[in-house]
Structures are given as structure tokens and as C-alpha cells.
Design a protein around this ligand. Structure first.
Ligand code: PRP
Length: 212
């Protein structure tokens, strides 16, 4: 049988996930020397690490080609999908927020607001809850540009340190919800490879509890 595959979100969450695995005793040396490789073995364990973009972590886990995945709650909220979300890892802490140009009042006036976001589903759900009709424009990244260029009145985005907002003349109008890294599991894998996956989940849960 192939090794258990753990998909990691490249970038922000990658280092913290590898650090967690190493603290749990998994030898991730190949990840440190990865070069351009995207599938790396965990030394001495029947496990391999797959490095993927956040949305693709969900896709690979949902389709069962990876058994487990580490991905931000932001991506899970945006994409939905059919898998188990089994642990809040307690790192990758940030929040979803509605942000506007400094000095503007988002709620003043009656015109239909235009909101730019990479997270159109999260944005839609947020404004539906308020019964507010808005126009949503999908932007792929650096969404702060949209209000600067005059395309939108506001953005919905993740905020970690707040530096990006500040340096681009934006400020939080409203917090939406907290976000952190989550461990997700393919539904069939959890049944078929229970003996391997359940102890791994327990280790991760214990790690997350210790770090809370
Ligand atoms: C995210 C987010 C903000 C920034 C916030 O972008 O979209 O641009 O981080 O971080 P801060 O509050 O610490 O400044 P990311 O770097 O993930 O890239 P993206 O624009 O491609 O989504």
C-alpha cells in the first residue's frame, strides 16, 4: 500500500506544519532539502508530504489522493467540500475582516457597495447574514489594490499583522471571524487506514492542546 500522504499548504503554513511534525518526532529532512520537488518522504515513517497550494490541498484530500491535509480555515470556509476537519492546529492565526480606505464610512449612504475579495463565498455569506445587497468582484491576490484603484468600496480579506492594510491606506471596518490552520482527513481513508491515521490524528490533537 502506498505511504500515507499528508498534503501541506505551501508558504505560510508549510514551515509551521513541518516544525510541528518535527516536534512530534517525524524526520522531515527531505523537506528542508526539497529543491523543486513536491512529494517528499518522511524518513523512517510510511508517510510522504505533498506540497500544494491551499485550495489544491482540499481538492487532493477530498478526492482521496492525499489522506490528510493541513490547510487554513479560510480556504475551508471558501471552498466547502466533503472531508472531516479533525483538529484546530492552533497556528496560522489570522482573521477575516472587512476593510475600507482610511477615513471612509462603509455604511454611509444608500448606493450598492462593491466589495473585492479572493473569498467571494465568504463575502457573500457575510453580507447575506446582514441582508445587505452588495456587488462582489473576485480578485486573485493583493486585493488591497481594488479600493486603491477605485474598483471597490471595500475588501474582504485575511488579516494577520495588519501591516498590509496599514501600508495601503486601509483599515478594518468589521471583523468577520478568526481563522487558523486545520487538519483535514479524507472520509474513506479514515475508514480504510484507520490504524495508521487515528494515532496520527491523536498525536496532532495532543500537540495542538499543548500549544493552546
Ligand atoms: C494575505 C492577505 C493580505 C496579507 C495580510 O496575502 O491577502 O494581503 O496576507 O497579512 P498582514 O496582515 O500580516 O499584512 P498573502 O500574502 O497570503 O498573499 P495573496 O495576496 O496572494 O493572498
Amino acid at each position: 500500500m502506498r505511504p500515507i500522504r499528508l498534503a501541506l499548504t505551501k508558504g505560510r503554513l508549510e514551515d509551521k506544519t513541518v516544525e510541528m511534525l518535527e516536534r512530534l518526532g517525524y524526520d522531515c529532512a527531505p523537506v528542508h532539502a526539497k529543491g523543486r520537488r513536491l512529494v517528499l518522504p518522511v524518513v523512517g515513517a510510511n508517510m510522504e508530504i505533498v506540497l500544494a497550494k491551499a485550495a489544491d490541498v482540499v481538492t487532493y484530500v477530498e478526492n482521496g489522493v492525499c489522506d490528510l491535509g493541513v490547510v487554513g480555515k479560510d480556504t475551508i470556509m471558501e471552498m466547502g467540500g466533503t472531508f472531516y476537519e479533525v483538529a484546530d492546529l492552533g497556528f496560522g492565526l489570522c482573521k477575516f475582516a472587512l476593510a475600507v480606505p482610511v477615513g471612509t464610512d462603509f455604511y454611509a449612504g444608500y448606493h450598492t457597495r462593491c466589495i473585492a475579495s479572493k473569498y467571494v463565498n465568504v463575502t457573500r455569506a457575510f453580507f447575506e447574514k446582514k441582508n445587505m445587497d452588495v456587488k462582489i468582484v473576485k480578485i486573485e491576490g493583493s486585493v488591497e489594490l481594488a479600493p486603491i484603484l477605485g474598483l471597490s468600496d471595500a475588501i474582504v480579506d485575511i488579516v494577520e499583522t495588519g501591516v498590509t492594510l496599514r501600508e495601503n491606506g486601509l483599515t478594518i471596518a468589521e471583523d468577520i471571524c478568526d481563522v487558523s490552520a486545520r487538519l483535514i482527513v479524507n472520509i474513506a481513508s479514515l475508514k480504510m487506514r484507520k490504524k495508521e491515521i487515528e494515532p496520527f490524528i491523536s498525536e496532532i490533537e495532543a500537540f495542538a492542546d499543548r500549544n493552546r
